[in-house]
Design a protein around this ligand. Structure first.
Ligand code: TRP
Ligand code: SF4
Length: 538
């Protein structure tokens, strides 16, 4: 663990972090600094998908989506499709109560509220175990901040009666789930993904399995469903890990197969080519034999005209397996592999497979099912036999806001951010004092235009102040780069809007007080906790 836990916003060196790049460009470190050098690297290096490519499938996309603030995702198409169809979906995010909620957190609050308004079962949680174990916050501090996060979330429009708010430390079912998930997580993965080592505290590790449980919690409460986790890209390691663990918890894995032996995904594609071409080589095209397909692939490889579309090693390995298969017929089928099923569940699955089937020691092959039906059956049997049946959780990622002083927005530097609790006049002043993308003189600005793309003030408009009004956001941009807008007036306008926003938000927070008091969220954990402050990790 390189991040020094006494310095929440301390830089991260990256080298030891999972998935860090050699050039030091991107390191996705949940406990490091919230900055990203180049968002494009996240697609290439980490396999985060581009939000743009699926925005058309999203019903009534939020302005943060429309303006590219939400830039990436993992598996969000499943959530978007389900939302559009009116199927069940869930949304969940968590907040570490280490300081005041600020305008960066507002992005996540808004994302949760958007999903709630579009029918999602929505959860907001206070990551108090993480704040205590990874940031060394005392329980008294945590209580105070927890309250502030929840008030702001409600004030911004979260419906606390329809949704769920909880804290990690008092949620017993969550802890039970964390314990179960821990059985499928290895210390070596903690080392690889998070850079944990012998100096990492066990409580910090426990907070990680707790986060895995958070991410899967909506499915525990109310059954398997697509779930979106709106977060910053620094949380992507957690999302990936939770997707892995969700799969590892499944009783069965459904794959496609052609014969009794196992194939990798790449090998399966090669066999599919051979199977599709069976008319060309099989003595009886109804029953192509493995050895015939092997022979066909051997010939095809020597012949440039028919490319099987795979690397030589893959084709070689496939030919080897097919040759071993001898006279066994090639027949497409769906295979249920037993990963964690109890004997009872495996028996029940075998009984439930319709039509022709073949039973092996640790798998069963079904010849008359399609993929979707097979997946559904696997999940049904699992749920009937005390399994969770988790669907892989999805995520969406937003850009980090630039600090008002030009660097990163940091909770430890009050001038760099605007807290949702800032006095409206202070908010006004901070915007007036912000760095801009303007030119040295008004004259140059008129001539060359401002640099809205590098301007923290423009970001304030796009991320917050313009709200849902795209025309307004665009007008600011166009006027800026066209040289019609000068920074003084522009900041004056932004500062005024910020003052208004804060005043209104704080009024709504007051109204939310009563609502919060009626909810059964324990805001006085400190009273029932003892212990010592966690020591900084070595
Ligand atoms: N680790 C997150 C943070 O640092 C907080 C968190 C805890 C969280 N559990 C979560 C975020 C589940 C999303 C989903 O802010
Ligand atoms: Fe930024 Fe406004 Fe100046 Fe443009 S005019 S650079 S948006 S402050």
């Amino acid at each position: 663990m390189t991040s020094d836990d006494s310095a929440p916003d301390g830089g991260t060196t990256g080298e030891e972090q999972g998935g860090a790049s050699d050039d030091g460009g991107v390191a996705l470190d949940p406990w490091g600094s919230a900055t990203v050098g180049d968002y494009r690297n996240l697609f290439e290096e980490f396999g985060i998908e581009e939000f743009d490519e699926i925005i058309d499938r999203v019903p009534d996309p939020h302005y943060l989506m429309r303006r590219g603030v939400i830039f990436g995702h993992r598996g969000y198409d499943a959530v978007a499709d389900a939302m559009r169809k009116g199927d069940e979906v869930a949304a969940l995010s968590g907040f570490m109560p280490t300081g005041d909620p600020h305008i960066g957190h507002k992005l996540v609050f808004d994302e949760l509220i958007y999903h709630q308004e579009h029918g999602a079962d929505t959860y907001g949680l206070i990551a108090d175990l993480e704040a205590h174990s990874a940031r060394g916050m005392t329980w008294a501090e945590i209580d105070e901040h927890a309250r502030d996060y929840l008030l702001s979330l409600i004030a911004l429009g979260f419906d606390a009666e329809a949704g769920t708010l909880y804290r990690q430390s008092t949620n017993r079912e969550l802890q039970d789930l964390a314990f179960e998930l821990g059985a499928k997580a290895r210390f070596a993965e903690f080392e690889g993904i998070y850079g944990f080592d012998g100096g990492t505290s066990v409580s910090h590790m426990q907070s990680v399995v707790t986060q895995m449980a958070d991410i899967l919690y909506p499915q525990l409460v109310d059954g398997p469903k697509p779930t979106v986790i709106p977060v910053g890209p620094d949380q992507d390691p957690h999302v990936r890990f939770s997707r892995d663990i969700a799969a590892r918890m499944r009783y069965f894995r459904v794959t496609e197969a052609f014969a009794s032996f196992e194939l990798t995904d790449a090998q399966r594609r090669v066999v599919a080519v051979a199977y599709d071409d069976r008319e060309a080589y099989a003595a009886d095209p109804e029953t192509p034999r493995c050895e015939e397909a092997a022979e066909y692939l051997r010939n095809a490889r020597g012949d440039d005209a028919s490319d099987v579309g795979a690397a030589d090693e893959v084709v070689d390995a496939t030919i080897g397996k097919l040759a071993n298969g001898g006279k066994e017929p090639l027949r497409p089928r769906l295979r249920f592999l037993d990963r964690n099923a109890t004997d009872g569940a495996f028996e029940a699955l075998i009984d439930a497979v319709p039509g022709e089937k073949r039973v092996f020691e640790a798998h069963v092959d079904a010849f008359e099912m399609d993929r979707a039906a097979a997946e559904e059956l696997a999940r049904e049997v699992e749920l009937d036999h005390d399994g969770y049946g988790f669907v892989a959780p999805s995520s969406i990622y937003h850009r980090f806001m630039t600090g008002l002083t030009g660097g990163k927005m940091s909770s430890s530097d009050p001038a760099s951010h605007i807290s949702l609790l800032d006095d409206p006049e202070d908010g006004y002043d901070k915007v007036k004092a912000a760095t801009t993308g303007g030119r040295e003189t008004a004259e140059k600005q008129r001539e060359l235009g401002g640099r809205a793309d590098e301007c923290p003030v423009y970001e304030l408009y796009a991320y917050l102040l313009a709200g849902d009004d795209d025309e307004f956001a665009e007008a600011v941009y166009e006027e800026c780069v066209g040289g019609e807008r000068l920074c003084g007036d522009c900041k004056e306008q932004a500062a005024g809007l910020m003052r208004e926003f804060l005043a209104e938000h704080q009024e709504k927070r007051e109204e939310a007080e009563e609502l919060l008091a009626d909810l059964d969220v324990d805001l006085d954990v400190d009273a029932s906790r003892r212990g010592v402050a966690p020591s900084a990790e070595e």
